[in-house]
Design a protein around this ligand. Structure first.
Ligand SMILES: [Fe+2]
Ligand SMILES: [Fe+2]
Length: 128
């Protein structure tokens, strides 16, 4: 039971930081003027915070022999690949492509939490 509480707390905190960075990025991308340096910084921060969170979560799944690790990790990899695509688009000046990044990513993250993170929490809740 302690595992699930620790996981849920960390998961909520990490997701809140990811959402905070993403929301800031969303504002930067849709504001009246585009500050490319700040956008590039926010994109890097978003990617770093996601990679760190996903990696921690995957280590936790491994250490608890979580049976859905493969599918859960595949969803993490998908989210990172979407972000990486947007980063590449921004790097070559296709800002119009990146403008809808955050709403899209936020929706994908919400679905991930409801489907995969909730399942993991349920599994950890049954771990002695
Ligand atoms: Fe998570
Ligand atoms: Fe996850």
């Amino acid at each position: 039971m302690a595992y699930v509480q620790a996981y849920q707390t960390t998961n909520d905190q990490d997701h809140n930081s990811i959402v905070a960075i993403g929301s800031e990025l969303g504002l930067l991308l849709t504001g009246p003027t585009l500050d490319r340096n700040r956008v590039a910084y926010a994109l890097n921060m978003l990617k770093a915070s996601m990679l760190l969170h996903f990696s921690d979560e995957e280590e936790l799944m491994k250490s608890h022999n979580y049976p859905n690790l493969f599918h859960h990790k595949r969803s993490h990899d998908y989210i990172i690949s979407v972000l990486a695509e947007f980063i590449s688009a921004f790097a070559v000046g296709r800002e119009s492509t990146t403008a809808d990044l955050w709403p899209h990513l936020q929706k994908t993250l919400d679905t991930h939490m409801q489907r995969y993170d909730a399942d993991l929490a349920g599994y950890l809740g049954h771990t002695p």
